[in-house]
Design a protein around this ligand. Sequence first.
Ligand code: ADE
Length: 244
Amino acid sequence: MPILNLSFEENYICKKNEMRIDVLTILPELLESPLNFSMLKRAQDKKLAEIYVHNIRDYSTDKHKSVDDYSFGGSAGMVMLIQPIEDLILKLKAERHYDEIIYMTPDAKVFNQREANRMSMYENIMILCGHYKGVDQRVRDNYITKEISIGDYVLTGGELAAAIVIDSIVRLIPGVLSDETSALTDSHQDGLLSPPVYTRPADYKGWKVPEVLLSGNDKKINEWRENMSLEITRRVRPDLLEEY
Ligand code: ADE
């Protein structure tokens, strides 16, 4: 069962949840590499996430296996057909309940860390990747429960955007990251950007690590990090301070 009654922090610290993600695309090849390396591979190997990529074209009933057609009203660009998408959505929905059926599009609210936290607690999600001028509006009206943009710019298709959303939520599933890389200390997790980090040597050609980080005084180090976070956020992303 989804554990949405828990806050992200409570969920992160005490629960393990597994997630299934079904991606619907006309270009499955575009997702092969992003979904099968690094953290996403590790999450799947550890059985914390299952990610299935479905080729919409396989569900087209027309003899040319079409997935798009001209736009009514004559505007430029092709529109993705309802039929293959609907058949695939209905097949998947008959097999399990989905917490959200998501459509990747630049015409939506922009995704952020708060959304990633919320979605990391879901059990099953479906993600439809748009192409050309997008999908027939009736798919959006009748099946889509959430629309996501990753930013105010237009990509060729929704696949790379979907990979970004999947990466950001799967790494938050408890057990995917090790303690040292805990998502609780990520940039944006507390609404602020991260403080600078340093590693050895403490002095590289005269470029010195801030003294406080070498002091061993945890209280002072935490204070320094908080102050740096605030200062960097104020300078680079003042909008975040208004938002939270
Ligand atoms: N498809 C094309 N551009 C996109 C964007 N900015 N976000 C999500 N999906 C997209």
